[in-house]
Ligand binder design. Sequence first.
Ligand SMILES: Cc1cc2nc3c(=O)[nH]c(=O)nc-3n(C[C@H](O)[C@H](O)[C@H](O)COP(=O)(O)OP(=O)(O)OC[C@H]3O[C@@H](n4cnc5c(N)ncnc54)[C@H](O)[C@@H]3O)c2cc1C
Ligand code: SF4
Length: 327
Amino acid sequence: MSMPNFSYVRIRSLKEAIEHLSSNGARVHAGGTDLLGCLRDNIFEAKKVVSISGLKNLRGIEEPKNGGLRIGALTTITEIADSKKVRDRYPALAKAASEVASPQLRNQGTIGGNLCQKPRCWYYRGEFHCLRKGGSTCYAYQGENQFHCIFGSGGICYITHPSDTAPALVAYQATLRIVGPKGARLVPIEKFYVLPSQDVRKETVLRPNEILTEIVLPPESKGLLSSYRKVRARQSWDFALAGVALALRLKEDRVEKARVVLSGAAPIPWRSKEAEQALAGNPLNTDTITRAVNAALKKAEPLEKNSYKIPLFRGMLEEELQAIAKR
Ligand SMILES: Cc1cc2nc3c(=O)[nH]c(=O)nc-3n(C[C@H](O)[C@H](O)[C@H](O)COP(=O)(O)OP(=O)(O)OC[C@H]3O[C@@H](n4cnc5c(N)ncnc54)[C@H](O)[C@@H]3O)c2cc1C
Ligand code: SF4
Protein backbone atom coordinates (compact mmCIF):
# COMPACT_ATOMS: atom_id res chain seq x y z
CA MET A 1 0.00 0.00 0.00
CA SER A 2 1.36 3.48 -0.80
CA MET A 3 1.50 6.37 1.63
CA PRO A 4 -1.37 8.88 1.09
CA ASN A 5 -0.59 12.57 0.56
CA PHE A 6 -0.24 14.90 3.52
CA SER A 7 1.80 17.97 4.36
CA TYR A 8 4.66 17.49 6.81
CA VAL A 9 5.87 20.18 9.21
CA ARG A 10 8.77 20.16 11.63
CA ILE A 11 8.11 22.63 14.38
CA ARG A 12 10.51 24.47 16.70
CA SER A 13 8.28 25.21 19.69
CA LEU A 14 5.38 23.65 21.56
CA LYS A 15 3.27 26.73 20.79
CA GLU A 16 3.92 26.33 17.06
CA ALA A 17 3.03 22.61 17.29
CA ILE A 18 -0.28 23.37 18.98
CA GLU A 19 -1.11 26.02 16.37
CA HIS A 20 -0.56 23.48 13.58
CA LEU A 21 -2.53 20.82 15.43
CA SER A 22 -5.48 23.18 15.74
CA SER A 23 -6.17 22.83 12.00
CA ASN A 24 -8.49 19.94 11.09
CA GLY A 25 -6.88 16.61 10.23
CA ALA A 26 -3.44 17.28 11.79
CA ARG A 27 -1.61 14.52 13.69
CA VAL A 28 1.37 14.42 16.05
CA HIS A 29 4.44 12.54 14.80
CA ALA A 30 6.99 11.51 17.48
CA GLY A 31 9.05 8.42 16.52
CA GLY A 32 6.54 7.50 13.78
CA THR A 33 6.70 3.72 14.44
CA ASP A 34 2.93 3.49 14.89
CA LEU A 35 1.64 6.62 13.14
CA LEU A 36 3.21 5.94 9.75
CA GLY A 37 1.90 2.36 9.70
CA CYS A 38 -1.62 3.63 10.49
CA LEU A 39 -1.47 6.22 7.69
CA ARG A 40 -0.02 3.75 5.17
CA ASP A 41 -2.75 1.21 6.00
CA ASN A 42 -5.49 3.88 5.80
CA ILE A 43 -6.68 3.28 9.36
CA PHE A 44 -7.22 7.01 9.61
CA GLU A 45 -6.25 10.02 7.51
CA ALA A 46 -4.03 13.02 8.13
CA LYS A 47 -4.01 16.24 6.14
CA LYS A 48 -0.97 17.41 8.05
CA VAL A 49 1.67 15.54 10.04
CA VAL A 50 3.34 17.64 12.74
CA SER A 51 6.76 16.33 13.75
CA ILE A 52 7.59 17.21 17.35
CA SER A 53 10.94 15.36 17.36
CA GLY A 54 12.88 18.67 17.40
CA LEU A 55 11.49 19.69 20.82
CA LYS A 56 14.61 18.89 22.86
CA ASN A 57 13.02 19.92 26.16
CA LEU A 58 10.54 17.04 25.79
CA ARG A 59 13.42 14.56 25.96
CA GLY A 60 15.16 13.09 29.01
CA ILE A 61 14.66 11.93 32.57
CA GLU A 62 14.90 14.46 35.40
CA GLU A 63 14.83 14.22 39.17
CA PRO A 64 12.78 17.07 40.66
CA LYS A 65 13.93 18.38 44.05
CA ASN A 66 10.80 17.11 45.81
CA GLY A 67 11.36 13.52 44.64
CA GLY A 68 9.94 11.30 41.94
CA LEU A 69 10.93 11.47 38.28
CA ARG A 70 9.85 13.52 35.29
CA ILE A 71 10.16 11.75 31.96
CA GLY A 72 9.84 13.83 28.79
CA ALA A 73 7.36 12.40 26.27
CA LEU A 74 10.07 12.17 23.57
CA THR A 75 12.37 10.02 25.70
CA THR A 76 12.88 6.75 23.85
CA ILE A 77 11.75 3.42 25.24
CA THR A 78 15.41 2.26 25.21
CA GLU A 79 16.48 5.26 27.32
CA ILE A 80 13.83 4.33 29.89
CA ALA A 81 14.72 0.63 29.92
CA ASP A 82 18.43 1.49 30.35
CA SER A 83 18.10 4.35 32.85
CA LYS A 84 19.67 3.55 36.23
CA LYS A 85 17.31 6.00 37.92
CA VAL A 86 14.30 4.14 36.50
CA ARG A 87 15.73 0.66 37.06
CA ASP A 88 16.62 1.35 40.70
CA ARG A 89 13.52 3.25 41.72
CA TYR A 90 10.71 2.17 39.37
CA PRO A 91 11.81 -1.33 38.31
CA ALA A 92 8.40 -2.37 36.92
CA LEU A 93 8.58 0.54 34.44
CA ALA A 94 12.13 -0.36 33.34
CA LYS A 95 11.09 -3.99 32.90
CA ALA A 96 7.95 -3.04 30.95
CA ALA A 97 10.02 -0.78 28.66
CA SER A 98 12.53 -3.58 28.05
CA GLU A 99 9.65 -5.86 26.97
CA VAL A 100 8.34 -3.51 24.25
CA ALA A 101 8.68 -4.85 20.69
CA SER A 102 12.25 -5.14 19.30
CA PRO A 103 15.49 -3.19 19.99
CA GLN A 104 15.03 -1.14 16.78
CA LEU A 105 11.49 -0.13 17.74
CA ARG A 106 12.58 0.69 21.29
CA ASN A 107 15.33 2.96 19.91
CA GLN A 108 12.94 4.81 17.61
CA GLY A 109 9.70 4.72 19.64
CA THR A 110 9.06 7.30 22.35
CA ILE A 111 7.28 6.85 25.67
CA GLY A 112 4.66 9.46 24.62
CA GLY A 113 3.96 7.50 21.43
CA ASN A 114 3.87 4.25 23.40
CA LEU A 115 1.15 5.65 25.66
CA CYS A 116 -0.84 7.14 22.74
CA GLN A 117 -0.48 4.30 20.19
CA LYS A 118 -3.55 2.93 18.42
CA PRO A 119 -5.00 -0.49 19.25
CA ARG A 120 -3.94 -3.67 17.49
CA CYS A 121 -7.27 -5.39 16.82
CA TRP A 122 -6.67 -6.95 13.39
CA TYR A 123 -10.10 -5.93 12.10
CA TYR A 124 -9.37 -2.33 13.08
CA ARG A 125 -5.92 -2.56 11.49
CA GLY A 126 -7.41 -4.24 8.39
CA GLU A 127 -10.00 -3.11 5.88
CA PHE A 128 -12.98 -3.49 8.20
CA HIS A 129 -15.13 -0.44 8.91
CA CYS A 130 -15.85 -1.48 12.48
CA LEU A 131 -17.42 0.49 15.34
CA ARG A 132 -14.12 2.05 16.36
CA LYS A 133 -13.74 3.44 12.83
CA GLY A 134 -17.29 4.82 12.79
CA GLY A 135 -19.03 1.71 11.40
CA SER A 136 -21.90 -0.19 12.98
CA THR A 137 -20.44 -3.61 13.86
CA CYS A 138 -17.70 -5.15 15.96
CA TYR A 139 -16.20 -7.88 13.77
CA ALA A 140 -14.19 -9.38 16.63
CA TYR A 141 -17.23 -10.34 18.69
CA GLN A 142 -18.06 -13.33 16.50
CA GLY A 143 -14.76 -13.48 14.68
CA GLU A 144 -11.11 -14.22 15.38
CA ASN A 145 -11.04 -12.99 18.95
CA GLN A 146 -8.18 -14.97 20.49
CA PHE A 147 -6.17 -11.79 21.28
CA HIS A 148 -9.11 -9.72 22.49
CA CYS A 149 -10.21 -8.61 25.94
CA ILE A 150 -11.88 -10.39 28.84
CA PHE A 151 -12.78 -7.26 30.85
CA GLY A 152 -14.18 -3.80 30.12
CA SER A 153 -15.62 -4.25 26.61
CA GLY A 154 -19.06 -3.03 27.69
CA GLY A 155 -20.32 -5.44 25.01
CA ILE A 156 -19.20 -2.81 22.47
CA CYS A 157 -15.53 -3.15 21.47
CA TYR A 158 -13.10 -5.87 22.55
CA ILE A 159 -9.64 -4.33 21.99
CA THR A 160 -6.86 -4.83 24.48
CA HIS A 161 -4.83 -1.79 25.41
CA PRO A 162 -1.48 -2.26 23.58
CA SER A 163 1.13 -0.43 25.70
CA ASP A 164 3.43 -2.28 28.11
CA THR A 165 4.58 0.86 29.88
CA ALA A 166 1.06 2.15 30.69
CA PRO A 167 0.13 -0.63 33.19
CA ALA A 168 3.40 -0.09 35.06
CA LEU A 169 2.73 3.67 35.16
CA VAL A 170 -0.81 3.02 36.46
CA ALA A 171 0.67 0.80 39.20
CA TYR A 172 3.00 3.68 40.21
CA GLN A 173 0.14 6.25 40.06
CA ALA A 174 1.90 8.42 37.49
CA THR A 175 0.42 11.68 36.22
CA LEU A 176 0.55 12.95 32.63
CA ARG A 177 1.17 16.57 31.69
CA ILE A 178 -0.80 17.62 28.65
CA VAL A 179 -0.44 20.95 26.87
CA GLY A 180 -3.06 22.53 24.61
CA PRO A 181 -4.11 26.01 23.39
CA LYS A 182 -5.35 26.95 26.86
CA GLY A 183 -2.20 25.85 28.70
CA ALA A 184 -1.22 22.74 30.64
CA ARG A 185 -3.35 20.25 32.53
CA LEU A 186 -2.33 17.28 34.68
CA VAL A 187 -4.23 14.02 34.27
CA PRO A 188 -3.66 10.94 36.46
CA ILE A 189 -2.79 8.19 33.98
CA GLU A 190 -5.79 6.16 35.12
CA LYS A 191 -8.09 8.93 33.91
CA PHE A 192 -6.21 9.26 30.60
CA TYR A 193 -7.65 6.11 29.02
CA VAL A 194 -11.22 5.82 27.78
CA LEU A 195 -13.46 2.73 27.86
CA PRO A 196 -15.64 1.83 24.84
CA SER A 197 -18.73 2.62 26.96
CA GLN A 198 -17.45 6.20 27.35
CA ASP A 199 -16.52 6.69 23.65
CA VAL A 200 -15.81 3.84 21.25
CA ARG A 201 -14.00 6.16 18.79
CA LYS A 202 -11.37 7.31 21.32
CA GLU A 203 -8.64 5.57 23.31
CA THR A 204 -7.58 8.57 25.43
CA VAL A 205 -8.87 11.93 26.66
CA LEU A 206 -6.31 13.79 24.47
CA ARG A 207 -7.91 16.37 22.21
CA PRO A 208 -6.61 16.68 18.63
CA ASN A 209 -4.75 19.91 19.45
CA GLU A 210 -3.12 18.66 22.66
CA ILE A 211 0.32 17.18 23.20
CA LEU A 212 1.43 14.86 25.95
CA THR A 213 4.63 16.52 27.17
CA GLU A 214 5.70 14.70 30.32
CA ILE A 215 5.14 11.71 32.58
CA VAL A 216 5.43 12.55 36.27
CA LEU A 217 6.22 9.72 38.69
CA PRO A 218 5.43 10.45 42.34
CA PRO A 219 8.20 10.09 44.94
CA GLU A 220 8.74 6.37 45.56
CA SER A 221 7.16 5.25 48.81
CA LYS A 222 9.31 3.38 51.30
CA GLY A 223 8.90 -0.39 51.24
CA LEU A 224 7.14 -0.44 47.85
CA LEU A 225 7.77 -3.69 45.97
CA SER A 226 6.92 -3.68 42.28
CA SER A 227 7.16 -5.90 39.22
CA TYR A 228 6.00 -6.30 35.60
CA ARG A 229 5.57 -9.56 33.78
CA LYS A 230 4.30 -10.20 30.30
CA VAL A 231 3.46 -13.33 28.34
CA ARG A 232 3.48 -13.14 24.56
CA ALA A 233 2.92 -15.62 21.75
CA ARG A 234 6.48 -15.91 20.51
CA GLN A 235 7.16 -15.15 16.85
CA SER A 236 3.58 -14.23 16.08
CA TRP A 237 2.57 -11.41 18.43
CA ASP A 238 4.83 -8.97 20.30
CA PHE A 239 2.08 -7.44 22.39
CA ALA A 240 1.03 -8.81 25.78
CA LEU A 241 -1.35 -11.79 25.59
CA ALA A 242 -1.46 -11.32 29.32
CA GLY A 243 0.56 -9.14 31.63
CA VAL A 244 0.56 -7.89 35.19
CA ALA A 245 2.07 -4.85 36.88
CA LEU A 246 2.20 -4.96 40.68
CA ALA A 247 3.06 -2.34 43.29
CA LEU A 248 2.65 -3.55 46.88
CA ARG A 249 3.65 -1.85 50.09
CA LEU A 250 4.24 -4.26 52.95
CA LYS A 251 4.38 -3.42 56.63
CA GLU A 252 5.47 -6.18 59.00
CA ASP A 253 4.50 -8.86 56.46
CA ARG A 254 1.04 -7.43 55.92
CA VAL A 255 0.01 -5.74 52.70
CA GLU A 256 -0.59 -2.12 53.55
CA LYS A 257 -1.49 -1.03 50.01
CA ALA A 258 -1.73 -2.86 46.70
CA ARG A 259 -2.02 -1.88 43.04
CA VAL A 260 -2.74 -4.74 40.66
CA VAL A 261 -2.90 -3.76 36.98
CA LEU A 262 -3.53 -6.25 34.17
CA SER A 263 -2.40 -5.79 30.56
CA GLY A 264 -3.69 -7.70 27.55
CA ALA A 265 -6.92 -7.90 29.54
CA ALA A 266 -9.10 -4.87 28.71
CA PRO A 267 -9.38 -1.83 26.42
CA ILE A 268 -7.49 0.17 29.09
CA PRO A 269 -4.76 -0.87 31.56
CA TRP A 270 -7.06 -2.81 33.91
CA ARG A 271 -6.84 -2.17 37.63
CA SER A 272 -8.16 -5.15 39.50
CA LYS A 273 -9.68 -3.43 42.51
CA GLU A 274 -11.10 -6.81 43.57
CA ALA A 275 -7.58 -8.28 43.87
CA GLU A 276 -6.32 -5.13 45.59
CA GLN A 277 -9.07 -5.40 48.21
CA ALA A 278 -8.34 -9.10 48.79
CA LEU A 279 -4.68 -8.23 49.44
CA ALA A 280 -5.00 -5.07 51.54
CA GLY A 281 -4.62 -5.56 55.28
CA ASN A 282 -3.74 -9.26 55.00
CA PRO A 283 -0.48 -11.19 55.33
CA LEU A 284 0.98 -12.04 51.90
CA ASN A 285 0.62 -15.81 52.30
CA THR A 286 -0.77 -18.57 50.08
CA ASP A 287 -4.35 -18.10 51.34
CA THR A 288 -4.37 -14.38 50.64
CA ILE A 289 -2.77 -14.90 47.24
CA THR A 290 -5.38 -17.53 46.27
CA ARG A 291 -8.18 -15.19 47.34
CA ALA A 292 -6.67 -12.31 45.36
CA VAL A 293 -6.26 -14.43 42.22
CA ASN A 294 -9.86 -15.70 42.47
CA ALA A 295 -11.13 -12.18 43.02
CA ALA A 296 -9.16 -10.83 40.04
CA LEU A 297 -10.67 -13.27 37.53
CA LYS A 298 -14.15 -13.68 38.98
CA LYS A 299 -15.80 -11.14 36.68
CA ALA A 300 -13.90 -12.08 33.51
CA GLU A 301 -16.10 -12.36 30.40
CA PRO A 302 -14.18 -14.35 27.80
CA LEU A 303 -15.19 -14.56 24.14
CA GLU A 304 -15.36 -17.79 22.15
CA LYS A 305 -11.60 -18.02 21.47
CA ASN A 306 -9.87 -16.29 24.37
CA SER A 307 -10.94 -18.17 27.50
CA TYR A 308 -7.34 -19.49 27.69
CA LYS A 309 -6.51 -16.05 29.10
CA ILE A 310 -8.22 -16.88 32.41
CA PRO A 311 -5.82 -19.71 33.49
CA LEU A 312 -2.95 -17.68 31.99
CA PHE A 313 -3.73 -14.66 34.18
CA ARG A 314 -4.37 -16.87 37.21
CA GLY A 315 -0.99 -18.58 36.91
CA MET A 316 0.91 -15.38 36.21
CA LEU A 317 -0.70 -13.38 39.00
CA GLU A 318 -0.12 -16.18 41.49
CA GLU A 319 3.56 -16.53 40.53
CA GLU A 320 4.19 -12.79 40.64
CA LEU A 321 2.54 -12.40 44.06
CA GLN A 322 4.49 -15.42 45.39
CA ALA A 323 7.71 -13.86 44.06
CA ILE A 324 6.95 -10.59 45.90
CA ALA A 325 6.15 -12.55 49.09
CA LYS A 326 9.60 -14.16 48.94
CA ARG A 327 11.54 -10.88 48.57
C1 LIG B 1 5.92 -4.56 15.16
C2 LIG B 1 5.58 -3.75 16.38
C3 LIG B 1 5.59 -4.37 17.61
C4 LIG B 1 5.28 -3.65 18.76
N1 LIG B 1 5.28 -4.28 19.98
C5 LIG B 1 4.96 -3.57 21.10
C6 LIG B 1 4.95 -4.17 22.39
O1 LIG B 1 5.24 -5.35 22.55
N2 LIG B 1 4.62 -3.41 23.47
C7 LIG B 1 4.31 -2.10 23.35
O2 LIG B 1 4.05 -1.45 24.37
N3 LIG B 1 4.32 -1.49 22.15
C8 LIG B 1 4.65 -2.19 21.04
N4 LIG B 1 4.66 -1.57 19.82
C9 LIG B 1 4.26 -0.19 19.74
C10 LIG B 1 5.46 0.72 19.83
O3 LIG B 1 5.99 0.66 21.10
C11 LIG B 1 4.93 2.08 19.51
O4 LIG B 1 4.76 2.06 18.11
C12 LIG B 1 5.85 3.18 19.89
O5 LIG B 1 6.10 3.24 21.25
C13 LIG B 1 5.19 4.48 19.46
O6 LIG B 1 6.11 5.52 19.68
P1 LIG B 1 6.43 6.55 18.53
O7 LIG B 1 7.24 7.61 19.15
O8 LIG B 1 7.00 5.88 17.34
O9 LIG B 1 4.95 7.09 18.22
P2 LIG B 1 4.32 7.61 16.88
O10 LIG B 1 4.15 6.51 15.90
O11 LIG B 1 5.00 8.85 16.42
O12 LIG B 1 2.88 8.02 17.46
C14 LIG B 1 1.96 7.06 17.91
C15 LIG B 1 0.62 7.74 18.19
O13 LIG B 1 0.72 8.58 19.31
C16 LIG B 1 0.50 9.96 18.98
N5 LIG B 1 1.53 10.68 19.73
C17 LIG B 1 2.86 10.38 19.77
N6 LIG B 1 3.48 11.17 20.66
C18 LIG B 1 2.54 12.00 21.15
C19 LIG B 1 2.58 13.07 22.11
N7 LIG B 1 3.71 13.40 22.75
N8 LIG B 1 1.44 13.72 22.37
C20 LIG B 1 0.27 13.38 21.75
N9 LIG B 1 0.17 12.38 20.86
C21 LIG B 1 1.30 11.69 20.57
C22 LIG B 1 0.63 10.03 17.47
O14 LIG B 1 -0.18 11.05 16.90
C23 LIG B 1 0.16 8.64 17.04
O15 LIG B 1 -1.23 8.55 16.97
C24 LIG B 1 4.99 -2.27 18.66
C25 LIG B 1 4.99 -1.63 17.40
C26 LIG B 1 5.28 -2.35 16.28
C27 LIG B 1 5.29 -1.65 14.95
S1 SF4 C 1 -12.81 -5.06 18.86
FE1 SF4 C 1 -13.13 -2.86 18.57
S2 SF4 C 1 -11.57 -2.32 17.09
FE2 SF4 C 1 -11.84 -4.57 16.93
S3 SF4 C 1 -13.45 -4.94 15.40
FE3 SF4 C 1 -14.47 -4.76 17.36
S4 SF4 C 1 -15.07 -2.56 17.44
FE4 SF4 C 1 -13.45 -2.74 15.94
